[in-house]
Ligand binder design. Sequence first.
Ligand code: GTP
Ligand code: MG
Length: 269
Amino acid sequence: MQDTVGIFVLGTAGCGKSTLVAAMANWMDQGGLPNQIVNLDPGSDLIPYEPDVDVRDWITLADVMEEYKLGPNGAQIVAADMLAIYKSRIKSSLDLTDEKYILFDTPGQMELFTFREAAKEIVSSLVPQSYLLYLIDPFNARTPSGFVSQLMLSSLSRLRFQIPSLEVLSKADMMDPEMIERINRWQNYPDILMNDLLEETRASPSLSTELAVGINRTLEDLGVASKLFPVSSANGTGIDRIYEVVQLTYGAGDDLPVSDGDLDESMPL
Ligand SMILES: Nc1nc2c(ncn2[C@@H]2O[C@H](COP(=O)(O)OP(=O)(O)OP(=O)(O)O)[C@@H](O)[C@H]2O)c(=O)[nH]1
Ligand SMILES: [Mg+2]
């Protein structure tokens, strides 16, 4: 038995957040695991799931633009801050009576969520036990410096929310397996990442070797990186492993499905 667990899916624009939320809910439905989907993106247009709770019932980008006479960018910021006002309504719409998973889809531009105070309140107060999935878009992580930038953003999310978290490589079905293997090696072997980073920055005058190496060394010293989990929302690969990690954190693994993956309980969360 466990309490309800909130899973917040975060990442840069277009990295696959909404599609993963839909795929995870589908996977949970098939396994008979109770779940709810909450859309926290007031600016979303088409979403690939039917939300149980939808922030657009209270705030939409179009309304904010009209009411405050703002352009789309200003309205996004106001709408993101207005999330705090609707926090108690969102909370009262959640079904927290049963043990279940609540999947939170977050706004397209991650800075609108990660760096606004309203989001901190939402994450810390809606569900007592919450988990952060930071989605790395593989198309932004194909170079060592791109990958380090993603780790940096993931670390900033951890800094802001201070809840257990996991890095997930999205759209794995769209990537060459060799590229996935390369990214995995960067995650698991810091020396390889550092060597490749040095090689890349020395060959590219537009990149600062000193800065890239300094950031990478800091992330390495902090030891904040988790294992990297490749996931495809298109074919479902890897969703079971995300679930297992969340279970190991909050559910003591009592209803784990059989896995052929190698999970490391001691991984930094
Ligand atoms: N093949 C494949 N396509 C994917 C996968 N995940 C997402 N996509 C596609 O990537 C695009 C962006 O996916 P979304 O789920 O909308 O991404 P998002 O992060 O929610 O986007 P914003 O909310 O706009 O920032 C869509 O065209 C999806 O169909 C995946 O695992 N495999
Ligand atoms: Mg989305």
